[in-house]
Write a protein that binds this ligand. Structure first.
Ligand code: SF4
Ligand code: SF4
Length: 160
């Protein structure tokens, strides 16, 4: 299965270091400068996201969030208010290559580039430490297949 974003918002909560609004152009459009590359692009706040965009309370919690990021506490979901006109860096961003779901279908962890585990589940962390972390398999696909088999044995589902 190809990558899909679960809207946890983790990646966007620090992106204020990258995306900086340089100018408002009217009609909900903004010039955004990428502080790392210097590239300036234009994005527009989507009409259906305007009410979220106008609420700036998330910056009390995440002062370095991307200026276009908003979080819905009731839904426990992050929203990109310019999603139809994403800057390219966001379009290409993929935060996992393996997504690990627990028996209830909730995210337990993600394997990022290579073999690094980002984990929200103590049991998974322990399984990883004892059964996976020191696996001696050079080939990445073989490693992935082996990891999936091990995790399935413990009741997890792996999406990749
Ligand atoms: S790309 Fe990944 S980290 Fe960012 S919101 Fe989506 S699931 Fe979360
Ligand atoms: S533009 Fe959207 S996807 Fe990109 S960092 Fe900001 S909130 Fe996240």
């Amino acid at each position: 299965m190809p990558f899909y974003c679960q809207q946890c918002g983790e990646c966007c909560t620090e992106m204020g270091y990258v995306h900086v609004i340089k100018a408002a152009c009217g009609n909900q459009e903004y010039l955004i400068r990428n502080e790392y590359t210097g590239e300036v692009t234009r994005s527009r706040v989507a009409d259906r996201m305007l009410y979220r965009f106008q609420d700036r309370s998330i910056f009390d919690r995440w002062p370095h969030a991307c200026p276009f990021f908003r979080y819905d506490d009731a839904e426990r979901k992050g929203y990109c208010t310019v999603y139809p006109t994403w800057p390219e860096i966001c379009l290409e961003y993929r935060c996992w290559r393996l997504l690990i779901l627990d028996a209830r279908g909730r995210r337990a962890g993600r394997v990022m580039t290579g073999t690094y585990l980002a984990c929200e589940d103590d049991i998974l962390r322990t399984i990883w430490e004892y059964h996976i972390r020191d696996l001696d398999v050079d080939d990445r696909d073989a490693w992935t297949r082996k990891v999936i088999r091990i995790l399935q044995r413990f009741g997890y589902t792996v999406v990749w």
